[in-house]
Design a protein around this ligand. Sequence first.
Ligand code: NAP
Length: 455
Amino acid sequence: MAIATINPATGETIKVFEPLKDREIACKLDLAGQTFTDYRQTSFSERSQWLQNAATILQQEKADFAKIMTLEMGKTYKAAIAEVEKCALVCNYYAEHAPSFLADVPVKTDASHSFIRYDPMGVILAVMPWNFPFWQVFRFAAPTLMAGNVGLLKHASNVPQCALAIADIIHRAGFPEGAFQTLLIGAAQVADIMADHRVKAATLTGSEPAGASLAAAAGQEIKKTVLELGGSDPFIVLESADLETAVATATTARMLNNGQSCIAAKRFIIADAIAPEFEKLLLDKFLALKIGDPMLPDTDIGPLATPGILQDLHQQVQTAVKSGGKVVTGGNPLADRPGNFYPPTIITDIPLDSAIAQEEFFGPVALLFRVPDIDAAIQLANATPFGLGASAWTNNPQECDRLISEIEAGAVFINSMVKSDPRLPFGGIKRSGYGRELSIQGIHEFVNLKTVWVK
Ligand code: NAP
């Protein structure tokens, strides 16, 4: 895949970038390794100040950063503004809390003094996706830099200007040159970097094949990885739920980021008794959404990020129909305009045992399933290879307890949509990956948890 800015709303190629050559990559690795030696000695107060400066730059220049995101991957401008603000939030969060998250932890033993201490590991590689091109990177960069590590970013090939802007923000904030560098490289160049002795660990957010490939390369070198992969999150609505609120939230949760979010609600599992009403209300909401130019303030849904994503999504819709699914609305790309536009789509009646029911639909397509009771709802919710998030709606306390304990996922949200929050850990189980980002757990992923015993 070329490293290029291609406007998904028009198909126009704006700018093409040359991938780094081997010797340029070697220089950046040298710089990262050398920087770590000094950077690990900087104080928390210095790092905190730089991270707060980054938050200020993000806030002050959010309009510019949001425009780059919308231009490169098609999210609505208003969503891009919100994303930049969230990046500022995570910078300030770790600037404030990292010193306590990484403070020595005394442990009483028969030593005169014993404790746990958190040392930085070194150079950490981040392989990142295009769908939240700023947020995914800042939620890695903020804890990594606060822990005293240095970062290397291999961003997705369709968001090079986002990747360069992020490295620039971090430098302007005051971090030493080399503390965070963008590598404009293709996916095929990642394994060699993983094998470099200066790179100590890696995190990847993206698809299962990409995660498996990075983890295999890391495994060869006995290096740690964190993987944040795909999801097919269930959105369960039981009879006692507040239906109006559930439908409004279902619409937001499915259409977030033009439908391209790992934690978007993808499978709607509705109790039989309320399913006809849910379907009708959801259809009304979907038909009211405005598709169009993502830069315009009243646009709800912009284009999908690339033509390939549109083709894959449409193929899945066709497979769903061949398997017995019925298209209630949408179901075909918008052919009357350039760009990668796919309309909000609802599909019902997909057989539960069909292979397609297990897949992640990465676009504005809602799969609706009906179930007789909570047992069937939980069984269906768990019947995918994924386990990222789950949203469940009920006003019955017993049902609530069962949903929390029996759903197999990294997060369960009751009467709310799944979202990430710097204060709470984020990550999945099963084929959605392993490890956690955000909160105290996130900053502990890339540190050497050192046991110290002094006699
Ligand atoms: P992708 O193709 O896996 O790309 C993600 C990143 O991995 C890109 O930087 C890509 O580089 C790189 N990559 C691809 N193949 C690779 C390989 N074999 N070795 C090393 N790096 C490789 O993912 P996508 O399809 O763009 O993104 C959508 C997926 O990400 C969905 O499944 C979504 O659910 C998941 N996601 C998960 C989370 C989470 O937190 N769990 C968040 C967002 C997205 P190139 O662009 O150069 O190919």
